[in-house]
Every structure is written in C-alpha cells, then in structure tokens.
Design a protein around this ligand. Structure first.
Ligand code: SF4
Length: 246
C-alpha cells in the first residue's frame, strides 16, 4: 500500500471510524517499517506504544531528542525499551546548527520572544522530526483534541503534503480524554514519564515545560512566560496543512 493511493473518502469512511487499536494495527500491518510511533513520552505516546505491543509483533518508535530532555523523560525511554524490547530511535538536532544558533542568540533565546522560541524549536525539534519523517509513510502521534484550543479540531487521520513525499498522519487517541488515558495507564500498568506524577500535564524540554498550577488550562506549563498572549503553545511539529488554520 502507498499513501498516494489513499483517498479522503477512505480516511473519513474507514480510518476515522476505527478504534485506536484497529488503527494502529492497520498502520503497521499495511506499512510495516514505513510506519512509526512518534512520541516525546507524553502519556498518550506511552499508551499508543502499549496498544501497539499488543496489536502487532513488530513496530517502530522514534523520539526527537532535543538534547534538553528531562531526566525523567530519559528514564521513561529506557523503561519503554525494557518493557517492550523495541529500541526507541532518537533523532537529534544538527550540532552545527545548534552551535550557530547559540553563538548568535545565546542558549536561552526562547525567553526573548516568540520568534526566537520558534527558531529554537525549529532547530531542536522540527528539523529532527522532519528527518524522522523522511524515513516514513505513516506517522502515528499522540495528539488529542482535549490538549489545547489549537488542537480542538485536529483530525484522526490526514495526508500531509509538506514534504517531498506524502505522509499519512494518524492520531489514534484523538478523541480520548486525559481521564481515558490515565485509566488505560493504570489498568494496563503502562510504564510512563514520572513527571506526570509531579504536576506536569505536558512534557517537553527542561525550562520550557513546567508543572501546571491549580486551575491552569492544559499546556499552560509550556513556555509559561507566553501565558496571557494568544500563543497556541505549539512547537511547530504539528503544523497545520498549507492554507489551513487549525
Ligand atoms: S521547547 Fe524550548 S529548548 Fe526545546 S526546542 Fe523549543 S524553545 Fe528550544
């Protein structure tokens, strides 16, 4: 199967109606090594890995290693590798690009303004993620609609054309709630990032992700110095399709 053969009707009429388990199974059975779970070890990603381990014999996991990960995230990566026996492929930023950025703007440029935060995210996250996508036809993500206002209308399946080949992006837990995810984690004894026991609702780089304060909206702990602005709290990995504003 190739992504170019998939129609919008098939996505809407078949893929979008599948359960999380059915969708993950379909992806790996039809695309094999050309499908992978991309995760930064949020809870949703850990759940998807567990579902995949029960649905298929072989599956791929990749993560973007920004070189600024929390120690707890490193522990979660090791715990997943130990539990499932699947190596987590790491895609890192280009060392020369990071050096150039830090020499020009300093290591903590993301505090300065939104443009510099996006620049840092593009070097440390988006470019390595793009390198991962170059190896893929199907990108399985942990996106959920309840994670933020910007994600409220995110689709369960979509075909992305931003790169030199088409990518089918699947978000099997798109309509799960945070409570659904926690229930799955507890019921299935899923190894998870212990930052979620320390007040975090979303995990990214050190400094840029912090625990939530009582009553704060989801993802308020990400780049919290931009709270109160119209910031969508996105790093750019989950960019909208061209011409759309999701
Ligand atoms: S989350 Fe922060 S440190 Fe990480 S890539 Fe983005 S701006 Fe840079």
């Amino acid at each position: 199967m190739i992504v170019e053969d998939l129609t919008e009707e098939f996505l809407e009429g078949t893929l979008d109606k599948m359960s999380a388990e059915e969708l993950i199974k379909w992806a790996f059975e039809n695309f094999g090594e050309k499908a992978a779970i991309g995760t930064s070890f949020q809870l949703s990603g850990s759940v998807i890995i567990d579902i995949a381990s029960k649905a298929v014999d072989d599956f791929r996991i990749f993560t973007v290693d920004t070189c600024r990960l929390h120690p707890e995230t490193e522990e979660a990566i090791s715990a997943a590798e130990d539990r499932y026996g699947v190596p987590v492929e790491r895609f890192k930023p280009d060392a020369g690009r990071v050096k150039e950025m830090v020499e020009r703007f300093g290591e903590y440029l993301f505090f300065d303004d939104k443009a510099k935060q996006e620049y840092c995210c593009s070097i440390r996250k988006v470019e390595p993620n793009t390198a991962a996508l170059e190896t893929l036809s199907v990108w399985i993500t942990g996106l959920r609609r309840d994670q933020s206002k910007a994600r409220e209308s995110a689709p369960k399946s979509e075909i992305l054309s931003e790169w030199d080949h088409k990518i089918l992006k699947l978000s099997p837990l798109i309509d799960w709630t945070a409570q659904d995810v926690w229930k799955y984690v507890r019921d299935n004894d899923v190894p998870y990032n212990t930052l979620f026991d320390k007040g975090y609702d979303s995990v990214g780089c050190i400094i840029c992700s912090t625990p939530l304060n009582s009553g704060e909206a989801p993802r308020s702990g990400r780049w919290r110095w931009f709270n109160g602005s119209d910031d969508k709290k996105e790093c750019g990995i989950h960019i909208p399709k061209k011409g759309e504003d999701k």
